[in-house]
Each structure stands twice: as C-alpha cells, then as structure tokens.
Design a binder for this molecule. Structure first.
Ligand SMILES: [Zn+2]
Length: 511
C-alpha cells in the first residue's frame, strides 16, 4: 500500500499555467532514460546537439546528459530555438491531441455503438486503417485487451441493454448483438456475468439473484479481500456472509452476499426511514448485479493469466490460486478515496483514516453500517474538519480538491471506465495529488483495466524480489522492466504478487 515518495510528487490540475520544474536535472534525465510516459507533459526534453525537443517517453536515441536541457513547456523549448520531434510529437501531446490514439478510440466507440456491424475481428481490422499486428498492439496498449475481447464485451453490453429495456426473445437479442449462435451468446454471457440471459432479465424486478462461480474460484482469497479493512463501517464479513452498503442511482442499498464455493446468493435491501425493506426498486437490480460482478472479479480473464504465468516458467506465482481475481471496489469514488488516503502510510492507519472520514461525512443506514460517502459530502468538508482526524495537511488538501472536482462536474468518474486506459490515465494524472501509484491503483481496483502496475508499491517490489530471487528489491525502472513480461495482464500479476508471500487463507465451514 505504501507508495515510494519520489514518484508521487504532486501534479498540477489540467489547464493550469506552466508550473515551475520541481525536479532536478538528474531526476528528469533519469525519467528520460527510462522513457517514462508518466512524465509526459510535466517537462519537455531539449537536445542541444540535434536542435529537437521531445516528450520524456520518446524512444529516439538517448542524448548525453550534458547535451540535454529541460523545459516546462513547448513554448519555452521553441523560444530556445528548438524544433518539435517528428517521432513523439510533443506539441500534439501538449495540445491534448494524439491522432493515433483518437483513431483507435473512435474505432472502439463504433464497435461498442453497433457491434452487429462487425461480424468478426477481421472486420474491425478492415475498418481500422491499420494492419492487423499494429491494431492488436494499439488495442493492447490503449485498451489493455484484444480486438476480439472488445467485440465480445460490446455484444454482451448491447444484449444486456435489450434484455432490460425490451421484451424481445433471446434468439432475436443474440442476433441483434451480432452473436453467431445462441449457444455462443449463452456461454459468453454466463462467463462474464455469472448468470444466464433470462436470469439477468429477471433483475428488472427481483430483490435477489444468484451468481455462479467458475470452477476453482478461490473463495478464501475473496474473503480475505472483502475483510481486509478491519475498521470498515461500510462493509463487513461474518463467516460466509458479506454485507456492504452501496450507492445506486435509486439511492442507498445494502447488499447481502451468501458466499459458497459454487455460487453467491445476493439480496438487495433498501433502507427506509425506519427499517430495511427487502427488494429492489425499479432498475437497481442490474446496478447491484454490476457491483457484485466487480466485487467477485467475475469478468476478469484469470485463466489466461494462469496460462501466461506457466508459459513463463513462473507457475509458483499462481500456485494454489490460478483463478484469483481482483476484487473491484464497490464504486470508483471508494477506490479514489483509498488511492489518496493510502499514499505513503501503512494499511492499518489508512483504514483508520478512512473510517474517520466516513463517520464524519455519511450517516448510518443500519446498526454498524454507514452509507458510503458521496463526493458532495466530502467536498463540503473543510481542512479544519480533517486535521483533527489525523489527516496530514497535504492529504486533506488532495482529498478535498479531488472531491470538489467531482462535485462541481469537472471530473466524471463514471466516464473513466468507458475511456481508453491511456485517456483515463492521462485524465487522472492531470489531477493534483494523484501520482502514478494512485492512478494505477485506481485503474486496476476500480476501473477494471487489465494491464496496470502501481509502480513503487512495496507489495509488488517485494513479490518480484521473492519470485525472481533478486538480491535486492527492484526500483521503479527495474519494476517496470520486469513487469513487462506480464503484459497485457499486469493487473492480475500485481494481485498475485500481493499474495505471493502471504499465508494461504483459511476457509470457514460451509453450511
Ligand atoms: Zn521525440
């Protein structure tokens, strides 16, 4: 949980006036040698011998340190007589333009809007204007997945909308979404959602549903993830019963999960003034389903990661838990709170701070169970409210500033999930208080991106040291290099590294 201080330096807000360079020449030169894209926009690299300026991530040949000057903006580099590099296009980056990324984003948006127009991945390649190898690489880099996976998920999302909003038959829905047969539709639907299309349709007015778990699902590790925050007052795990308070579009709800090896039964309760009412209000069943699929990590491709680890000769990384998933936070805001509160402090203290924040900013829904705080409620606090709770001045400042961006409509958390990973990362990195560790943590724990590494995370570095029998803990650059072998599944690699030297979790007796 602890981030390396050197990589979580604050970043200014988007569209801020050029900020002073707070890094030393040696620090910036090290980022240049590492081609560190996380520093793009934070400084520009001028090479006096060639007369060209670049982004820190530029893959062009590395200049000697004495020939490099750093600039806070493109304008400053041009004023010194330098020209923009034609490989990394620093001016496009500074303007926020990135033509290749925009092409890939437009293509994925078209697939998502009308998946039936793409009978297979060859059709996606044809419409892309890129060759197949280049397109696969771009989708991996910017969406952390493959074109085939983008297509399947787009078809499933389209089918889910029709299941909820129309009375159409299953065959018709499968066809309209572009599936070649009802059996393929069923198979993918069950794999990604834990239930059948008909059961999903029943969520429209059900207060309860059951999700099937894949064979070998590591329930012990899920229980560990769900009970990790011992100070939590928004969720609790007692035996095999998990209770969590969530915010749905219809208001607060309490989800109760009965965990068993093959299935998870979920009940939705709506808190009213006096008591809890069993059952869902209209439309909240599908939202509750999405939260639980995330908690269980059902839509993650654990099997593919297991195969990759074994192919790399690193079977020890997944031993005893080949089906491990990343339990997603119940909401993106919840993950954002963690990623700011958890910076540079130990986990137990982070749990205590979070509890104090929740007690200060939300109300109880049931005995011992608080509603999760809303961005507006946190934004309404002042620094003077947080300092007595033992928040540092800086942490209080970041927390309040970020919550205000959301409350004021300047940051849309729900839009981040639909963005490309590259766009989501850039959007988040531009927020003051969110460094590379926080951003990658949030992207893997709350946005579901598959290829993230929270660089500087001590669990990752000590896991790598042990897995690869290294003499010392890898630094950020070595971590980046070593983790590259797990692409495009570095989020799951991170989850396994976190568990590598932990004891095997115990399992309570099943009823
Ligand atoms: Zn360049």
């Amino acid at each position: 949980m602890v981030a390396d201080r050197s990589i979580s330096t604050p970043i200014s807000a988007p569209n801020a006036t050029p900020r002073p360079l707070r890094m030393s020449h040696a620090q910036m030169y090290a980022r240049l040698l590492a081609s560190d894209a996380a520093y793009n926009g934070r400084f520009f690299t001028g090479v006096l011998t060639t007369g060209i300026y670049c982004l820190p991530s530029c893959k062009a040949r590395k200049p000697k340190p004495e020939n490099v000057r750093f600039f806070p903006t493109c304008e400053a580099a041009r004023a010194a007589g330098l020209r923009p590099c034609r490989k990394c296009h620093p001016d496009d980056f500074a303007r926020g333009a990135d033509p290749v990324l925009e092409d890939v984003e437009t293509l994925v948006a078209k697939v998502r809007a009308n998946p039936a127009a793409f009978p297979d991945t060859r059709a996606i390649v044809r419409r892309s204007g890129f060759g197949p190898t280049r397109l696969f690489e771009l989708v991996r880099q910017h969406f952390h997945t493959t074109p085939a996976d983008v297509l399947v998920r787009a078809r499933i999302a389209s089918a889910k909308r029709r299941l909820l909003e129309t009375g159409a038959g299953l065959l018709e829905i499968a066809e309209a979404a572009g599936f070649e047969s009802p059996s393929v539709f069923h198979e993918h639907f069950r794999r990604l959602n834990g239930l059948t299309p008909s059961a999903y349709r029943e969520l429209r007015d059900a207060g309860t549903f059951t999700l099937m778990l894949p064979a070998g699902y590591p329930l012990g590790y899920l229980r560990r993830a769900l009970s990790r925050d011992v100070h939590s007052i928004t969720e609790r795990l007692e035996g095999n019963r998990y209770t969590g308070a969530v915010q749905l579009s219809t208001g607060h709800a309490i989800l109760q999960l009965e965990l068993s090896p093959a299935a998870v039964r979920v009940e939705i309760f709506q808190p009213s003034a006096a008591s809890l009412t069993r059952g869902a209000k209209h439309a909240s069943g599908a939202e509750a389903h999405a939260v639980v699929v995330g908690l269980l990590g059902l839509d993650q491709d654990a099997a593919a990661f297991g195969r990759l680890a074994k192919k790399l000769g690193l079977g020890r990384l997944v031993a005893g838990r080949p089906e491990l998933r990343i339990s997603q936070t119940p909401s993106v805001f919840d993950g954002l709170l963690w990623s700011i509160i958890g910076q540079q402090i130990n986990f137990t203290f982070a749990c205590q701070l979070k509890r104090r924040l929740i007690e200060r900013s939300s109300r109880p829904l049931a005995p011992g169970l608080h509603a999760p705080p809303t961005p507006a409620a946190v934004a309404a606090l002042a620094e003077a409210d947080l300092l007595p709770l033992q928040f540092s001045r800086q942490k209080a400042d970041y927390l309040l500033a970020t919550s205000r961006l959301i409350a004021d409509g300047k940051l849309h958390l729900e839009r981040l999930q639909a963005m490309s990973a590259t766009r989501a990362e850039r959007t988040l990195l531009a927020i003051r208080g969110l460094g590379p560790w926080s951003v990658n943590y949030l992207m893997m724990r709350s946005l579901g991106f598959a290829d993230c590494v929270p660089l500087g995370d001590t669990g990752v570095t000590s896991g790598l040291q042990s897995l690869l029998k290294l003499e010392e803990r890898p630094d950020a650059d070595a971590t980046r290099r070593l983790m590259a072998i797990f692409s495009p599944s570095r989020s799951l690699a991170t989850a396994h590294l976190w568990q590598l030297n932990q004891p095997v979790p115990s399992t309570p007796p099943m009823p």
